[in-house]
Design a protein around this ligand. Structure first.
Ligand code: PMP
Length: 374
């Protein structure tokens, strides 16, 4: 990937001419939107009123509802930013082709931006990712290539390798590369984090987010720590992923169903494999490892008890936040990112039969409307 820097670096407090933080605020709110791309960002921050309280937590917990974005996920923000930056620096030409390896949401974001701006999109996605995401991608006009979930990231069959092969075959095609593109964390530094700080009047004591590329957590973490160096940044990572874990042998062959978080490699955006002084991974103070069953049960509780129509990784993040914030005192404030919507998982964790088949819901256990516990 010669067109991208080998390391995702972005300096704070640099000379304004070279400082990448040129878009300091989220886009303005307009009464009449010129197009749907103006409806990316400015999502609600909503208080949880039942779940943390039921677990005896004393802190306040707020969730950033990223499923309110135009394409339904947090990744719309990076899709728009990465496309616009590629347009500006000439990497992407009118009528060009965008290829992206993704777990689906970045693909939907890019396909949405491409539909509005008139680019061809090819999305390369592991088989594990839901059919709901495929249906939305198709409707947006994207071409889809599926790859085996079990393919190691650097094997020729992986979604990353297949995307690179396609790029070589298609003249003028561009891979924006969310795993290495500085505009991924910057989109969150400049918009998601800025919005949360404004919504919270500057007080964030702990921020919790699932990690895929790591763009959300490093973008938020950098900005929150500038305002309050004591703000605790919590990364959330499933058992079976190497992101919050140093021992690759411990994750070998461990499968997890939650989509969008956890990898078998360290994305450049998240930092180096081993901690180094300048690593973005140092932004994360604490890791919480998670499992599928409590994640999906928590996502169902968020829907049933708080009315939040979120996806599975939102359940993972809130479950982890409740673990991490257990000892926080009254008056402290935790912010958790809800990355996407239940729309992506209608035939998965929302479906009782799917839950039972995967042993996430015991046979004879309650249907919607009843408390399942953890
Ligand atoms: N949850 C879902 C559903 C996602 O699609 C993603 C993005 N892959 C994440 C969480 C993690 O976001 P990030 O890539 O910014 O770490």
């Amino acid at each position: 990937r010669p067109d991208l820097p080998s390391k995702c670096t972005w300096q704070l407090g640099a000379d304004p001419a070279t400082n990448p933080h040129h878009r300091q605020c989220p886009r303005e709110r307009l009464n009449l939107s010129p197009d749907i791309l103006h409806e990316i960002g400015r999502t609600p921050l909503v208080r949880l009123n039942k779940i943390p309280q039921s677990l005896g937590l004393k802190c306040e917990m707020y969730v950033k509802c990223e499923y309110f974005n135009a394409g339904g996920s947090v990744k719309d923000r990076i899709a728009l930013r990465m496309v616009e930056e590629a347009e500006k620096d000439g990497r992407l030409k009118p009528g060009g082709t965008l290829i992206e390896p993704t777990s689906g949401n970045t693909g939907i974001g890019i396909a949405l931006v491409a539909a509005v701006k008139g680019y061809r999109t090819i999305i390369v996605m592991p088989e594990k990712m839901s059919n709901e995401k495929v249906a939305v991608l198709r409707a947006l006009g994207a071409e889809i290539v599926r790859t085996p979930t079990s393919a190691h990231w650097d094997s020729p069959e992986s979604h990353i390798s297949v995307a690179q092969r396609l790029k070589k075959e298609i003249p003028g095609a561009v891979i924006l590369d969310q795993y290495r593109n500085k505009d991924n964390p910057l989109a969150h530094y400049d918009t998601t984090a800025a919005e949360i700080l404004e919504q919270c009047g500057g007080q964030v004591d702990m921020a919790v987010g699932g990690t895929g590329t790591g763009g959300t957590i490093t973008g938020l973490g950098r900005r929150f720590k500038e305002v309050n160096p004591k703000c605790v940044i919590v990364g959330v990572d499933p058992h079976g992923s190497v992101l919050g874990h140093d021992k690759e042998e411990d994750v070998e062959g461990v499968f997890f169903e939650v989509e969008g978080i956890g990898y078998d490699f360290y994305p450049t955006v998240l930092g180096e494999k081993r901690l180094k002084d300048d690593s973005d991974r140092k932004i994360v103070d604490k890791w919480v490892k998670t499992r599928d069953k409590p994640s999906f049960l928590m996502a169902r509780r968020l829907i049933r008890e708080e009315g939040l129509l979120c996806g599975g990784s939102s359940g993972t993040a809130v479950w982890a936040a409740c673990e991490a914030a257990r000892d926080l005192p009254e008056g402290s404030r935790v912010v958790v990112v809800l990355p996407d919507s239940v729309r992506n998982y209608m035939t998965k964790f929302l479906d009782d039969e799917w839950m039972k088949d995967h042993q996430f819901l015991d046979v004879g256990e309650a249907k919607h409307g009843t408390w399942w516990g953890q």
